[in-house]
Design a protein around this ligand. Sequence first.
Ligand SMILES: NC(=O)c1ccc[n+]([C@@H]2O[C@H](COP(=O)([O-])OP(=O)(O)OC[C@H]3O[C@@H](n4cnc5c(N)ncnc54)[C@H](OP(=O)(O)O)[C@@H]3O)[C@@H](O)[C@H]2O)c1
Length: 245
Amino acid sequence: MRDLSGRTAFVTGGNKGIGLGVARGLVGAGMRVCITGRDLESLAASVESLEAAADSPVGDASPVLGEVADVRDPAALEAAVAKTLDRFGAIDVVVANAGVGRFGSVIDLELDAWNEVIDTNLTGVFNTVKATLPALLASSGLLVTIGSLAGANFFAGGSAYNASKFGLAGFSQAIMLDLRERGVRVSTIMPGSVATPFGGREPSPEDAWKLHPDDIAESVLYLARIDERALPSKIEIRPSRPKQR
Ligand SMILES: NC(=O)c1ccc[n+]([C@@H]2O[C@H](COP(=O)([O-])OP(=O)(O)OC[C@H]3O[C@@H](n4cnc5c(N)ncnc54)[C@H](OP(=O)(O)O)[C@@H]3O)[C@@H](O)[C@H]2O)c1
C-alpha cells in the first residue's frame, strides 16, 4: 500500500456529506486537501474541522484549503485549481463528488430542474476533469468520480437524476480508457444510500441502516493506496442490510 502523506487532493463538494467524509479520510492519511463548494459558511466550518483532524500541518501552512467554486462554472474551477497548485504544488488525487438530486415524475419536471441536475452531476464532472487534467497528467494521478447506483438502476421519479448518473457512468468508463494510456487512473464509485444531507434533509437515527460517508472515504483511500499497476475502474457499494419496510 502506498503512503499518501504529503500528497494533494482536490475534492468538489467537500464541504458536506460524502465529500467532507472523503476529505476527512484523506487528511487523516496525511494528505493536503482543497475542498470546494458554493456555500462559504459551511466551507469555512469544514476547513476548520478538517484542520483539527489533520495530524501534522505542512510547515506553518494549513494542509487544508477551501475554495468557493460552482462546478457549473469552468472559470471558477480553474481558479480553485490554480490556488491549490499555488499552495501545494501538485494535485495527485481528484474526487469529482459535487452533485444534486431533483426527484419527481417527468410530468411535473421543469426544464430548470432538469438543467440543474445535468449541469451539476454530468457537465460539472466534465468541467472538473478539464480543470484538473493538466495537473493529473503531470502527477500521473488518480481521478475518482462519485456516481451512484442510480447510474445502474432506474426508478420512477428519477428521470433527471438517473439520466445524470447513467451518463456519468458512461463518461467515467470512457475517460478511464482515454487516460490510462497517459498514466492517469480513473475510477468511479457508485454508492447506494448514504446518510448525508442530500436533498436538504439532515441524517437522523432512522438512517442508521445506510452507508456512512466514511465508507466512501475508505473506498477512495483504497484506490489511492493500491499499486499503480492495478485499476479497479468501478466500485459499487451498498448498505449490507436494506431498509426494513
Ligand atoms: N447520499 C446518497 O445517498 C448518495 C448516494 C449515491 C451517490 N451520491 C452522490 O454523492 C455526491 C455527494 O452527495 P451527498 O450525499 O454528500 O450530498 P450533500 O450532502 O447534499 O452534498 C452535496 C455536495 O455537493 C456540493 N454541490 C452541489 N452543487 C454544487 C455545485 N453546483 N457546485 C459545487 N458544489 C456543489 C454541495 O456544496 P454546496 O451546497 O456548498 O454547493 C455539497 O458539498 C453526489 O454526487 C450524489 O449524487 C449520494
